[in-house]
Design a binder for this molecule. Structure first.
Ligand code: NAI
Length: 337
């Protein structure tokens, strides 16, 4: 039995996590979920942002499946995501973006991997008021983290048989910070002569992604640009309900959907659980449950192939529970095990 820390989170978090429990239970995958509450709703009734014991439990289990957690905008407590990523040094946020058969968008055959630096940049949380009317946020970029993330991106390219890594930056303006990131990228790129190294200024990158996303393969970016282009890329394949991610550390991994707590649809049972299902497949694969991962993916893609089975966010009529039940109704889910 594998113990995994499970954080249901806020908004649609508990709903989509319920789908995961249903699916993994249906397949009898030997997982023992150790559940810890965290986020805005937990804070409102407990005046702390996560349950006692969470950090110790993650240190013990080393694998986390996390629902989205809400962060107050403009005031209030700091992001739990940023806190966990820094606490456990999950330095890489890996976000595969792949077209899905049955999901109609303007684009076809998109297949790229975003590798986002996950611990520094403007997310360092060093922010203060110089005076009543002047604020300052510090952007931290270090050579160590930049080289580490660029190396991870090139290693991912090698492992996945990819041909090109594109670095995203704004070093024409932020000559020192983004300049250091770019310098690190060039140094690491020189160690992988078999992989083509490409550089794009972030504004042009956004335009290129919309005009011709198929030109990209692996994308490596500092934290903020990586965050922004991730949502842009999710839009290219049909939306946030379809985009998974993994926060990778040297010995700890946190798997979660790219999307947030979606307060606008929370409590209505209309969320799309596909993103967290795909994140769970990444987790299962990494844990050695390769057949189970493939089996769930097959059933998910079969469900998504037919527009009669789509959830509302991708133009369909099924609610989250109906979608989940449809997925597990496919004979292939168990037969392929
Ligand atoms: P969001 O990702 O929660 O929602 C953006 C839009 O996408 C909304 O219209 C929402 O309904 C839709 N959407 C997202 N996931 C969906 C799904 N699975 N099925 C159907 N529709 C879906 O972004 P937003 O509204 O900017 O942020 C809400 C909260 O989430 C904020 O407090 C933010 O800090 C937090 N957040 C948390 C993240 C995490 O825990 N990893 C990541 C991003 C945001």
């Amino acid at each position: 039995m594998k113990n995994i820390t499970l954080i249901p989170g806020d908004g649609i978090g508990p709903e989509i996590i319920d789908s995961i429990k249903t699916i993994t239970h249906h397949l009898s995958i030997p997982i023992n979920w150790e559940i810890y509450n965290a986020g805005s709703s937990f804070y409102n009734s407990n005046s702390k942002i996560f349950e006692d014991g969470l950090i110790e439990n993650i240190s013990k289990n080393k694998v986390v499946l996390k629902g989205p957690t809400e962060t107050p905008i403009g005031n209030g407590f700091k992001s739990i995501n940023v806190l966990l990523r820094k606490e456990f040094n999950t330095f890489a946020n890996v976000r595969p973006i792949k077209s899905i058969s049955g999901i109609k968008t303007k684009y076809e055959n998109i297949d790229l991997i975003i590798v986002r630096e996950n611990t520094e940049d403007l997310y360092s949380g060093i922010e203060y008021m110089i005076s009543k009317d002047i604020s300052q946020s510090i952007k931290v970029i270090t050579r160590e983290a930049s080289e580490k993330i660029c190396k991870y991106a090139f290693e991912t390219a090698v492992k996945e048989g990819r041909k090109k890594v594109t670095a995203v930056h704004k070093a024409n303006i932020m000559k020192l910070s983004d300049g250091l990131f770019l310098d690190s990228f060039r140094k690491i790129a020189s160690m992988y002569p078999q992989i083509s190294a490409d550089e794009k200024i972030v504004d042009n990158m956004c335009m290129q992604l919309v005009i011709n996303p198929n030109q990209f393969d692996v994308i490596v970016a500092p934290n903020l640009y990586g965050d922004i282009i991730s949502d842009l890329c999710a839009g290219l394949i049909g939306g946030l309900g379809l985009s998974p991610s993994a926060n990778i550390g040297d010995d700890i991994r946190i798997y979660e959907a790219v999307h947030g707590s979606a307060p606008d649809i929370a409590g209505q049972n209309i969320s799309n659980p596909s993103a967290i299902i795909l994140s769970t497949c990444m987790m299962l694969f990494d844990l050695g449950f390769e057949k189970e991962s493939a089996s769930i993916k097959n059933a998910l893609f079969k469900t998504l192939e037919n527009s009669d089975f789509h959830t509302k966010d991708i133009g369909g009529k099924l609610n989250r529970l109906e979608f989940t039940n449809k997925l597990i109704s496919f004979e292939t889910v168990k037969k392929s095990l």
